[in-house]
Write a protein that binds this ligand. Structure first.
Ligand code: SAH
Ligand code: SF4
Length: 431
């Protein structure tokens, strides 16, 4: 979602004559778009600011520095206090005001610099204000934000505090943006949301549309592939699961974070489902679309997590058989209920559990990739590969695919035979 926001910021800035440069030393404006989800991500901005400071000193330019994103939203003035070089701080809800913000930090030579923190939640929805037509920087596989914010308040998570309440963009806005992206060369749309499958909104005919209805309408456009990310198990409807069978363009890939396999931990996390509920969704979706690749998110070391709880997490991984998954050590986030719980888990226990979990997931990804050896698959070629006449693309199951071929093939969906599988990619020969 930050990637999407960054693209939109670049589009807003273009009419003001800001264009991407090849290195930070040549920039008049540097915006760090930040993530607050885990402490490590949030702390990264200070080391990055240190690096930029050195570059600025040697380039001797009067470069404006802005901190955007959820760290900006959560820390606001604190960033200005801790990093005097920062001119501007804003959050994910106010970036549409970038032109006005840049105007108000303009400083005349010799006068002290003006600084601004803009993290108030605005009355207007930024999506109504973003008028620049889309021309995605990544055009072939284009991101499209359709839902933002979250009201679920999982006890470990900062998103409801930084991205605000859950909103669904109206279908006419989404369809218009999709058409603009397609006209700029998109072959694949990746629908984004913190809980994208919670989307429900006003349709083109003023009636209320469900998320699968939106996908169906988008699939009528001249687009080759549609994906969506990230889904919440509580919002997985039967209609959505069935869409993976009924809508050809909807790709066989489901990212469905479970976080833990322990019912006790899931309850403490306020996730609103059990091990059995989650398995029911996976089984049902596979009934509709047996080949669907399932991916997930996991947190190990949530406060009070016992060995037995962790074993339940390993058990759910064994049962699901993931194509791919992300896993993290629990990170205590300021202001969240979990941060105030007792029994925080020692760092070395977390590390040990993470290693065991990641080894298991890695093995599953390897097995998943291996099962494709010798098969013919569809690949959307989206960029040049490493080296001359090499190409990179994605399978329908979101595996990275490498192959020999000419750059003129970028943007095409081709048939290719898997000659070799690796831990995180497939090597293919174009058929
Ligand atoms: N809305 C999605 C996830 C969005 S956040 C869902 O609920 O499934 C992306 C991922 O970051 C989460 O799935 C979770 O695994 C991880 N995450 C969020 N807060 C975290 C924390 N405090 N510590 C470690 N990982 C966290
Ligand atoms: Fe965070 Fe996802 Fe829970 Fe919302 S549903 S609070 S985004 S983990």
């Amino acid at each position: 979602m930050n990637e999407y926001d960054s693209e939109r910021m670049a589009e807003i800035l273009e009419p003001l004559n800001y264009f991407p440069v090849s290195e930070p030393g040549k920039a008049d404006l540097i915006i760090l778009n930040t993530c607050h989800i885990r402490e490590k991500a949030a702390e990264k901005i200070y080391s990055e600011l240190g690096r930029i400071k050195k570059i600025n000193l040697s380039s001797k330019r009067d470069t404006k520095i802005a901190v955007a994103g959820c760290v900006g939203q959560a820390q606001g003035q604190e960033i200005i206090n801790r990093a005097p070089m920062v001119d501007l701080v804003f959050g994910p809800l106010t970036y549409h005001q970038l032109p006005e913000m840049l105007e108000s930090i303009k400083t005349e030579k010799g006068l002290p610099k003006k600084r601004l923190v803009n993290i108030d939640v605005p009355d207007v929805d930024k999506f109504d204000e973003l008028k620049e037509p889309r021309k995605s920087l990544k055009s072939i596989s284009s991101l499209l934000s359709i839902q933002e914010g979250c009201d679920k308040f999982c006890s470990f998570c900062v998103v409801p505090y930084t991205r605000g309440v859950e909103i669904s963009r109206p279908a006419n806005q989404i369809m218009k943006e999709a058409i603009e992206l397609i006209e700029s060369g998109a072959k694949e749309l990746i629908l984004l949301g913190q809980n994208v499958n919670a989307w429900s909104g006003k349709g083109l005919d003023e009636s209320s549309w469900t998320f699968p209805r939106l996908i169906r309408e988008l699939s009528q456009l001249s687009i080759e592939r549609i994906r969506y990310i990230t889904s919440h198990p509580r919002d997985m409807t039967d209609e959505l699961m069935r869409s993976h069978k009924d809508i050809q363009k909807l790709q066989p890939y489901l990212h469905l974070p479970v976080q833990s396999g322990s019912d006790r931990v899931l309850k403490e996390m306020n996730r609103g489902y059990t091990f059995a509920d989650y398995m029911k969704i996976i089984d049902k979706t596979r009934e509709y679309r047996p080949d669907i690749a399932v991916s997930g998110d996991f947190i190990v070391g949530f406060p009070g997590e016992t060995d037995k709880d962790f074993q339940d997490t390993l058990r759910i991984v064994e049962e699901v058989k993931y194509a791919h998954a992300y896993s993290f050590k629990y990170s205590s986030r300021p202001g969240t209920p979990a941060s105030m719980m007792e029994n925080h888990i020692e760092e070395d226990v977390k590390s040990e559990r993470l290693k065991i979990l990641q080894d298991l997931i890695k093995q599953q990804t390897r097995d998943f990739n291996k099962s494709f050896e010798g098969k013919e698959i569809d690949v959307l070629i989206d960029k040049p590969g490493n080296g001359e006449d090499r190409l990179s693309g994605r399978s329908a199951y979101l595996q990275t695919v490498h192959m020999d071929g000419k750059a003129s093939m970028i943007g095409q969906i081709i048939k290719a035979k898997v000659s070799k599988s690796r831990d995180n990619s497939l090597e293919c020969v174009i058929s």
